[in-house]
Write a protein that binds this ligand. Structure first.
Ligand code: ARG
Length: 274
């Protein structure tokens, strides 16, 4: 008897949840419980990018956290979906969207013209600049100063693209592409490469935990920047996500998350490093 009551209560809650989630007012048409699993959206990301997406421990345990994860959580919740985050190399994100192994991607990804041929984008939710990360004592301010040097970039990124164009212009720069930002950082520390091109907010985070490194903003960079949400081409999620993103821009929610991850998070880290 007790058990039946419980089942009834669960079914009722599930139906209410399903109705609420679908925004549908016809209880007959909804089959509860089973349905709610189908409502999970898979987000592709490369969780090597603090404060956008990263693991709290160096070993990469637990689930990725960060600015992008919080935005995704807010939007999917608002739209009535569960969120599953899938970590992969940055280079694999667009193929994952194209083969629909992911419903959307947030990875500090810049909406370039080239990528727009393969995927759809939301509007830009955060802007950034590129920097040159080096060992302390050797600060380079421009690509010109990198002539004759080994320069690391993350494979498939706008940084890799920009560095390639500039290397051709300047001459004598050897590009060293890697899959993960963390690999670039390790190699600069070990002196195997002289510098790495990394965006400002992310460089700032890595330098906090690696005080033997420094970064300088690149004078001539900047055409390719900003982050947007990516979707498989013609996904019906584009407009739904964009509507909530606009809402977040207007109601201060986005600003709150900028404050949380680009200001408070670093202050907390600084505090704990002492
Ligand atoms: N904004 C750059 C791009 O779109 C770099 C993004 C790298 N993201 C990452 N999670 N590692 O290419």
């Amino acid at each position: 008897m007790k058990r039946r009551k419980l089942i009834f209560a669960l079914t009722l809650t599930a139906s209410i949840a399903a109705i609420a989630a679908s925004g549908c007012s016809n209880p007959e048409s909804s089959t509860p419980t089973e349905d709610s699993d189908a409502k999970t959206l898979v987000m592709a990301t490369s969780a090597d990018y603090p404060p956008y997406e990263f693991y709290e421990t160096a070993k990469g345990e637990g689930k990725p956290i960060g600015f992008d994860i919080d935005i995704a959580t807010y939007i999917t919740k608002e739209l009535g979906y569960e969120l599953e985050v899938k970590d992969m190399d940055f280079n694999g994100i667009i193929p994952a969207l194209q083969s629909e192994r992911a419903d959307f991607a947030m990875s500090g990804m810049t909406p370039t013209e080239e990528r727009k041929q393969s995927v759809d984008f939301s509007s830009i939710y955060y802007d950034a600049k590129n920097t040159i990360v080096t060992a302390e004592g050797s600060a380079y301010k421009s690509y010109k100063e990198l002539a004759g040097k080994k320069v690391g970039v993350q494979l498939g990124t706008t940084q890799a693209e920009e560095a390639k164009t500039k290397a051709e212009e300047v001459g004598g720069i050897t590009l060293e592409p890697r899959n993960k930002i963390s690999d670039l950082i390790q190699e600069v520390k070990a002196g195997r490469i002289d510098a790495a091109i990394i965006e400002d907010t992310v460089a700032k985070g890595y330098i906090k935990t690696n005080p033997d490194l420094v970064f300088t903003e690149i004078e001539e960079s900047g055409e390719l920047s900003g982050s947007a949400i990516a979707f498989p081409k013609d996904s019906e999620l584009v407009d739904k996500f964009e509507a909530v993103l606009q809402e977040m821009k207007e109601n201060g929610e986005l600003e709150k998350l900028v404050q949380k991850w680009f200001e408070d998070y670093y202050e907390k880290q600084e505090g704990s490093a002492e």
